[in-house]
Structures are given as structure tokens and as C-alpha cells.
Design a binder for this molecule. Sequence first.
Ligand code: ATP
Length: 542
Amino acid sequence: MLKRVLRPFPQLIIALICLAAGTILDGVVFVKMMGFLDYALVGDMATLKAEIPGFLLQACLLIPIGLLGTITKSWFRKDANLCMKRYYIRGIFKKNISEFQQENTATYISRLTNDCNTLDTNFVDGIFTVFNGITNFCVAVWILSTVGKGMIGFAVTITLLTAVVSMLLSRPVSKKVKERSDQFDGYTSYIKEVLSAFHIVKSNNLQDKVTNDYYGKSEEIQHKGYVIEKIYTFMNALQNGSFSLMIYLGLCYLAYQAIQGNITAAGALTVSQAIQRIAWPLMMMSEAMPKIFASKGLGKKINESLLNKNKHEENIALHEFTDKIELKDVGFAYEDAEDKAKTLHDVNMEIKKNGKYLIIGPSGGGKSTLLKLLRKYFDASEGKLLIDGKPLADVKKEDYFSLIANVEQQVFIFEDTLKNNITLYKEYSDEEIKEAIEVAGLTSFIENLPDGLNTMIYDNGKNISGGERSRIVIARAMLAKASVLFMDEAFAALDMERAREIEQTILKLKNITVINVSHVIFKDSKSQYDKIFHVKGTVTEG
Ligand SMILES: Nc1ncnc2c1ncn2[C@@H]1O[C@H](COP(=O)(O)OP(=O)(O)OP(=O)(O)O)[C@@H](O)[C@H]1O
């Protein structure tokens, strides 16, 4: 993950160059000013006058260079954040459907929001703080060297001390940052659940319970933040103590040199200023460094949420479905099932190309699980699942998914026009769209809309009915001209008349295999299916 953050490398280099140029110029201007003081004290006005124009020019350059540094830093931060988020979203969509479903979606939201923000503050900003610290430190050492080489030894001692203290203290911080990230997962998931159950909470007067639970969870998070802050404070206090000691030692050395007559007044002023210049960046660095070290653990955790445990390589290309899908002695158990009992066992069935199949059975019998196997969301735990004689587990996902279409109970609608929701952003002729709309029974609905197909649909279909949502998804499947159509309770949100009408249309389609899992069964259409499968732990015909 951290590599991705550094991907806008050119922007980073430009920003660092600008920041370094600003710091170096600032040091040069300061040394010149001290030189002017010496000229003034010895009354060398001629040299003073000669050097003033160059000095003014350099001093004026400080403003644009400083501005450029800040702007390029923001530019890099913006791009680094975009890279981080793009990488994460792409990673999510590379996950296997089965493994994605094992995680609570709130975990991904938390990684994308809380953890990415923490990386931005601790790592991205930390890089600049440390770089600023290093450049300021180098410039301060150079300023010291213009007075006397002896002071450089102090600077090196302070740096070593800071680095060692930071490394030692980064471990407990790193652990706490990870713990807080875990807590954020639970917290985000809780908020998501509470907000999605808003109407249930309101209508059952559960506000007090929810508010108290929320308060408890918030308190836990805040407490963890408080513990982390305490560790940081302790660490900073330790480092501040060591800095102060170094500064006092530096000042004693300065006093000794002045008594010996080894430095001028401007020299003395330069040394005391330079010590301040060393102390400040080192303090900033010592705060930033443990956070940067801690970011490594967080980056690893973000990457882990994107890993697919199943590394099975799919090496069979499949561009068309020509014959049949077969299940031979198939069994399946969910990994996270408490007793590891099989949801399905000894399943033997055959689905022929262009056949129409109805799947029925009691609630919890395993109908949706069977569909998940057929849709290649999960691989069978045992037995063989073959498509045209090839193991479905070895068939490339992209190939298989382009051959199938799904009409699910849970319909997802994009916040976009009706047309884009039906075409799913692919190009189709007006004729094809019209035909799909007709099959899905949407024609009169669209004709009655003032903006027709250009009507905007908001917030996952808030401004259309459940039935209309289902019909949009049916139109999508029709338009995709898939070889196999999987329907999972597709009629549940439709009125009987509309459901019967759409079922009839789909049953009459010639070039598509239909597998329809449904509780809504019309006696007269039962006979139109090639086979009816009954699912209850296993599959029987009838
Ligand atoms: N992700 C999961 N992890 C563990 N067990 C699961 C999971 N999904 C389903 N199950 C269990 O598998 C069994 C079959 O569930 P499935 O959803 O396939 O049944 P169904 O026949 O489709 O039920 P319904 O008609 O009520 O939708 C149930 O006992 C269910 O609790």
C-alpha cells in the first residue's frame, strides 16, 4: 500500500525540491544577515552597501519559493490520496465474490475512509515533516560550520539520540494504531447498520437503546485515541527533555567560546539561532517518525483485506455455452458455518442449453446456495460441476460472467438515467433497447414519464417502485443477451399479473437457458418448464 502512496513520485520530487530550495535560501539569507551585523559592528559600510541588493533579491525570492513548496506539496498529497483510493477500489473488485462476502462491507468502508485518512496524516504528511526536518537540520549544521566546526558534533549527537528514541517508541504506537483501526471497523459497521435500520429504530422507539450503544462504542474509540495520545505525549516529553539538555550544553559551549574570544557577537547570535533551528525540526521529526514507522503495519493491514485466500488459477477460456451444465455428486459447506455442516450434499443434476428450469424448496433448503455455485460465486466443496464438460472452477471468471445474467432479489440501481441503468453504460441500438423494455414490461411505464428513458433515478431507485426496479434488472438481462439467465426471487416485488406476464415472456425466449428460483409459482406455467428441481439439502426432480 505504501508503495502506491508514493506512486506520484515526480510530484513528490518536485515538492521536495521546492521545499528544500526554500529552506536553503532561508539559511543563506540568515547567514548573510549575520554577516551584515559583523560589517556594521566593525563599520565596514562599503561592503554592506555592495551586498544589500543581492541580499534583497534573495529575501524576496523566499515568498514565491515558499508558496511553490506549499502548492506542490498539496498537489502531491492530492495525487497520493487518489492513488491510494484507486488502488484500494481496484483491489476490492479483484476479490473473489465468495471471499468478499465473508467480510462485513463496513470493513472495506473503514479501510477506505479511516485507514486511508490515517495514512495521509501519518505517512504522507510525515514524509514532508521528516524531509523538512532533515533539510533544516543540514542548513543549521552548515550555519554552525560558518562559525566553528566544533558545534557540528553536538548536532550529530542530537540526531542519533532522536533516531534511537523514535525507533524504540514506535512499537507501542504501531500496536495501538492497529487496534484503533480494528475498532473503527466495528464502529463503521455499527453506524451503517443503525442508519440502514433507521425506520425500524424509529417505529419501535429504540432510539434510547441505539443512542446508548452508540455512546458506548464512541467512548471505546475515544479512549483508544486517548491512550495513543498519552503514548505520543510521553514520547515527546522524553525527546523534549533530551533536546533541552542538548541546547543547554550548546549554550554553555557558546559562552565558553565567547569568554575565550573565539567568536564575534554575530557569531554568538548565529550559533544560538542555529541551535534553535536544529531543535525545532528534530522535534517535528521525532513526532513524525514513529507515525511513519507505524504506517507500515497499517499499510499491511489494508493490503490483507484485499487478499484472496483462494489462489486457484483459472486457465480455461470459455467463449460460448454450447451443451450443458452438469453437477455430479456435488456437496457444499459454508466456511463460516458454525457446525461446518453441509448446506448441500450429493447433488446430481443436468441443465441443458436453452432449457427452462424452476427451482423450488423450503426456506433454508439451499436454493440460493445452489445458485451461488452455478453462478461461480463459490466453488463446490466436493464433487464435480462441469460446463460443456469443463470444470467450472477452472473456467475464467470474466469469460463465464460474460455468458450469464442475473436477476436478483436485491436490485442495485445506479443514480443515473433510466437508459444508463438498463444498458449499464454499454452501446445498444434503439431497437434492442426497445425490445428489452418490452420483454421486461416497462414500455407503458416509460411512455408515461415526461423524460422517458432520460428520467433520472435517484438513490438506488428511491423514486421508483420495487416492481419497477425488478423490471429494470430484467431488461438489463434481456439486453445483455446472455446464454444463461439466473433468477433469484425475481418476481417477489411484482404484482401477480405482472409476474405471470414476465414469466411467460421469458419462458418463450428461445435462445436462453433460464434457471428460476422462485416462491411465486403459477400452476399453469409449471408445465412449461423443462424440469422442476426441489432443493432441500440435496436436489430432487419433481
Ligand atoms: N454465507 C453463509 N454462511 C453460512 N451459512 C449460510 C450462508 N448463507 C446461507 N447459509 C445457510 O445455508 C442454508 C441454506 O441457505 P440458502 O440461502 O441457500 O437457502 P434458501 O433455500 O435460498 O432459503 P430462502 O428461500 O429462505 O431464501 C441456511 O441454513 C443458511 O443459514
